[in-house]
Design a protein around this ligand. Structure first.
Ligand code: HH2
Length: 265
């Protein structure tokens, strides 16, 4: 999953793909590098980020999704917590909703059921503006696992097809370094009912904390290493800023595992 942030303030690529033309170019590059899915976001969720209005978020994401859909048949997800934005994105051609709040708003649940889109259900403690102030858990792995299992029951109970659901522990969303490491260690056991696990760790702050580096660019190589490692722990979708090296790492892992890429000569 290639990340396309159409925002002025995202932590890694804020302001770079703000115009629809630049955003489309970047999407094409990521597709050329092997992305199966493009995740379009119009609101930064970095710690401390200010919320964006519905109209502004629609203004940012819809033209990009519409243009990308006109030329590409792959999956397009919209990274939003707002049902109004998700609805406009689906009308423009998105077929997956990536909701970092885990579909807290009932209208989002109804929309995803009615439009029968794919759904990424993520765990987050608190909200982006305050989530990193003092995250606390008794047992982070058990709490995230049981939150996702409970959401699975509730969402399928509300009529969403279980085949549409993908789960994500939400690395860095209301979690300390130790919490993130424990969740990565747990891997696939976090996903309910054998549903696919998505991991988003690309260039995140915990990598900088472990290595003692500030610049986000210094977090790219460790991201690639962790993509390979999380694949071994069962993750099936990897949300990344730089597609090529991560795709290459996955091709290597699949070849060793004897999986889908094994036939490549
Ligand atoms: N992380 C970010 C945003 N959306 N969605 C899922 N499912 N999982 C994640 O881990 C995740 C996500 C944060 O990364 P990024 O989009 O690069 O930054 P920003 O929120 O500042 O735009």
């Amino acid at each position: 999953m290639g990340i396309l942030n159409v925002t002025p303030d995202s932590f890694s690529d804020g302001g770079i793909h703000e115009s629809p033309v630049a955003a489309l170019e970047h999407a094409r590059r990521m597709i050329g590098e092997g992305a199966d899915l493009i995740d379009v976001g119009g609101e930064s969720t970095r710690p401390g980020a200010e919320p964006v209005s519905v109209d502004e978020e629609i203004r940012r994401v819809v033209p990009v999704i519409r243009a990308l859909r006109a030329e590409w048949e792959g999956s397009i997800s919209v990274d939003t917590m707002k049902p109004e934005v998700a609805a406009a994105a689906i009308d423009a051609g998105a077929d997956v909703v990536n909701d970092v709040s885990g579909l807290r708003v009932r209208a989002m649940v109804d929309l995803c059921r009615e439009r029968r889109v794919g759904v990424v259900v993520m765990h987050m403690q608190g909200l982006p503006r305050t989530m990193q102030l003092s995250p606390e858990y008794d047992d982070v792995v058990e709490e995230v696992r049981s939150f996702l299992a409970q959401r699975h029951e509730e969402l399928t109970g509300a009529g969403i097809d279980p085949e549409c659901l993908v789960y994500d522990p939400g690395i860095g969303f209301g979690k300390t370094l130790e919490h993130n490491l424990a969740l990565l260690r747990a891997g696939v056991q976090l996903a309910p009912q054998g549903r696919p696990l998505l991991i988003g760790l690309s260039r995140k702050r915990f990598i900088g904390s472990l290595l003692g580096v500030e610049a986000v660019e210094s977090r790219s190589w460790p991201t690639v290493a962790l993509t390979a490692w999380t694949r071994e722990r069962g993750a099936m979708i990897h949300r990344v800023h730089e597609v090529r090296p991560n795709r290459e790492a996955l091709t290597m892992v699949e070849a060793i595992r004897g999986g889908p890429a094994a036939g490549i000569s």
